[in-house]
Design a binder for this molecule. Structure first.
Ligand code: CO8
Ligand code: FAD
Length: 664
């Protein structure tokens, strides 16, 4: 018997080749096949079950995480998975764990900041997980201000060692994932001091726990920082605290690609820019952009599938009520998020390319593109995570009351996701970095230095400052060059207006601080332009499959025009478009929503998420929502007994008293 599919009719409506769209989403046929195989492997393995984890106590949840990580490692070894497949497997397990930091930050920090001798010594042990590491940068007193870190690493020429010390309470390391209970090692960021001189913050490899007994080494105090937001969620991670009481490590455990300390204690700064000490953050920010598209796609998939099942109002002559996805308000809230998921996917792909390119250049000692890589990773990390965090909450609301149930998957997804707006750089702090980069670019416009890469449009500032949008009818907004020019003109006009305002301050830093809210808006306008332009570039590629490119064009237009509608004030105030052209954009947007509607379910099917990974009754593939919700309710421990524990002690006395007073 064929399995019941409540979405069958919706799936029949699709106007494009779903298999080809899955390949576009995955990036290539190879990626699609790999990720499909690995996702199914995880979904079919009972050890990776996750439907009960919000009920677990912190200790049980943590032990469950250790069990899953150990099992994942066994599967990786037994099946001889490649590094790429292993990463996929860990992400489909979908439970934050110390391994995220070991593979995602500890190893990249050694690779990026270590010398070849250090690579040879540490990486083989780390790859085999004979040592497990974390990234210990943030302190109780300082996170964003990395230069303000207080932990010291003082060189002792007599013993050829560094003395690591936590001089104050606020210098305690605080937050590093994997540190609390698991890591045997850490890359610790500390102020380097030689001969009484402070050389700023550098990275050091430090052993924290014994490899035989897992006990902290002498002079080290280490533990977990406590429960975090939500049940389940990020509490599977042992974010930790760490203090050093004059802990000694050999000199060759300072990561010495950027700067060195000689046997005599001389500090040597190499030709490599100092900012490479921040290199691991650039790498991770780039990965966070791709992850944003995954998290957003998950939330959108749940909300879209449920919106097609859910019906409210409008029954005619006893017929079915209206599917909530047919309400225009539902579409205007949901479809821009669907379009954003695709937009972030493509900008993530491009950012990965940019990062690979900058890494190759750095290896050849070409540091010219580092500032742009920093600005792009910082800005796009900030923009995509802020949008995604808000979008998950919007998807919860789009699912009405049932969205608030834990088994909708949305509360946990939200709780796990929101710290992304803070970690790896607070989103506002990062946008201010982008703004600095933009103001610098504007200030160099007259100097003959041609802006390149994502700021190349500023080289056309003269034209963009006075160009007029030629839209006369709603459909004129479908022209890619019209959209692009509107976004470029808005970004450049906002940048130049801010630069002019900055020029009125005698002290530029005072001006920057005073105008920082406006500068954040400038940075957002620039980042939105990047995403729009990369989506348009994607459409220049040869995209096979019936109707696939057409759907992507529709989504690209939805993405751009919903931003234009949302930020209409910017576009009109800078004179890029008239209020009437704004109204035409909105009219076009409504027409586009109607074109997305028949394809909505297939567009989320293209993410190819298993029910295991989605972890949502509302988003399950077959759409059999009500029966599953009903069955699931009975599994709640509160329903184990008909009369609840506590009835005799607390309820009955009140009820009896009520009867007595009623009799009086
Ligand atoms: C695996 C996934 C799980 C992840 C879990 C989360 C893990 C973590 O959170 S780890 C901790 C992450 N911490 C952070 O992100 C801290 C955020 N703070 C910072 O990055 C910085 O210190 C920052 C950029 C805000 C300010 O740094 P500061 O040194 O004061 O910089 P500033 O004076 O503004 O800039 C100095 C120069 O360096 C440049 N610069 C700053 N950062 C970088 C960078 N990462 N790369 C290249 N250049 C950089 C600036 O552009 C500036 O250049 P210029 O002089 O040409 O204008
Ligand atoms: C779940 C989680 C995991 C983490 N994992 C790690 C890890 O593995 N390793 C690690 O080292 N760290 C880790 N961190 C720490 C994280 O990187 C920091 O919390 C983050 O960089 C933000 O720094 P902060 O906490 O100092 O925020 P703050 O800088 O104190 O921010 C507080 C407020 O001040 C504002 N603000 C700060 N500076 C400025 C400014 N110059 N201008 C305008 N506004 C400003 C911010 O916008 C924010 O609103 C983790 C944090 C979390 C939540």
């Amino acid at each position: 018997m064929e399995a019941l599919d409540y979405h069958a009719e919706e799936r029949r409506k699709a106007e494009f080749n779903l298999d080809e769209m899955k390949i576009v989403w995955a990036g290539s046929r190879r990626n699609y096949e790999l990720s499909d195989r690995v996702a199914r492997l995880v979904a079919s393995d009972p050890v990776f079950r996750k439907d009960n984890r919000t009920m677990l106590t912190r200790k049980d949840l943590f032990k469950d995480t250790l069990r899953k990580a150990a099992h994942a490692w066994k599967r990786i070894i037994d099946l001889r998975l490649s590094e790429e497949e292993a990463n996929m497997l860990r992400s489909y397990v979908d439970q934050p764990a110390f391994t995220d930091l070991h593979w995602g930050m500890f190893i990249p920090a050694i690779k990026g900041q270590g010398t070849s001798e250090q690579h040879e010594k540490w990486l083989p042990m780390a790859y085999k997980m004979q040592i497990i590491g974390c990234y210990a940068q943030t302190e109780l007193g300082h996170g964003s201000n990395v230069q303000g870190l207080e932990t010291t690493a003082t060189f002792d020429p007599q013993t050829d060692e560094f003395d690591l010390h936590s001089p104050t309470l606020t210098s305690s390391k605080w937050w590093p994932g994997g540190l609390g209970k698991v890591s045997t090692h850490a890359v610790v960021y500390a102020r380097l001091i030689t001969g009484g001189q402070d050389h700023g913050v550098h990275g050091f490899i430090v052993q924290l726990r014994g490899l035989d007994d897992h006990l902290p080494l002498p002079g080290i105090t280490v533990g977990d920082i406590g429960m975090k937001f939500g049940s389940g969620a990020y509490n599977s991670m042992d974010n930790g605290l760490l203090r050093f009481d004059h802990v000694r490590i050999p000199r060759n455990q300072m990561l010495m690609r950027v700067s060195q300390v000689t046997r005599e204690g001389k500090f040597v700064q190499s030709d490599v820019p100092r900012q490479l000490v921040y290199g691991t953050m650039v790498y991770v920010r780039q990965t966070i952009v791709s992850d944003a598209s995954c998290a957003l796609a998950r939330a959108v998939c749940i909300a879209t599938r449920y919106s097609a099942v859910r019906r409210q109002f409008g029954s005619q002559n006893g017929g079915p009520e209206i599917q909530v996805i047919d309400y225009k308000t539902q579409q205007s809230r949901l479809f821009p998020l669907l379009a954003s998921a695709y937009a972030f996917r493509f900008v993530g792909e491009w950012l990965k390319w940019l990062y690979t390119d900058v890494t190759q250049r750095l290896q050849a000692n070409d540091f010219s593109t580092l500032p742009e890589a920093h600005a792009c990773t910082a800005g796009l990390k900030s923009m995509t995570t802020s949008v995604t965090a808000d979008a998950i909450e919007e998807c919860r609301k789009l699912c009405g009351g049932h969205g608030y149930l834990s088994n909708s998957g949305l509360p946990e997804l939200f709780a796990v996701y929101i710290p992304t707006c803070t970690y790896e750089g607070d989103n506002v702090v990062l946008l201010l970095q982008v703004a600095r980069f933009l103001m610098k670019t504007v200030s160099q416009l007259g100097s003959g230095k041609k802006p390149v890469g994502t700021t190349a449009y500023m080289g056309r500032a003269e034209h963009l400052m006075q160009c007029r949008c030629e839209v006369e009818m709603a459909q004129d907004w479908l022209k890619p060059s019209t959209i692009l020019e509107a976004f470029e003109a808005r970004a450049v006009r906002m940048s130049i207006a801010c630069a002019k305002s900055l020029g009125k301050f005698s002290n530029p830093e005072d001006g920057f601080a005073e105008l920082s809210p406006d500068l954040v808006e400038v940075a957002i306008a620039h980042c939105q332009l990047i995403v729009v332009s990369k989506f348009l570039e994607k459409l220049q590629q040869d995209i096979p499959g019936k109707g696939v490119k057409r759907q992507l064009e529709i989504l690209c237009n939805v993405y751009a025009l919903h931003l234009l509608h949302k930020h209409l004030g910017d576009f009109v105030a800078t004179g890029c478009i008239t209020p009437n052209q704004g109204a035409l954009a909105n009219e076009q947007l409504r027409l586009l929503y109607a074109q997305v509607r028949p394809n909505a379910i297939a567009l989320v099917d293209a993410f190819n998420y298993t029910d295991h990974y989605l972890g949502s009754i509302l988003g399950c593939y077959d759409g059999n929502v009500y029966q599953k919700l009903y069955q699931e309710a009975w599994k709640d421990p509160l329903n184990d007994t008909v009369v609840p524990d506590g009835y005799l002690e607390y309820l009955r006395p009140i009820l009896k008293q009520h009867i007595r007073t009623a009799r009086l």
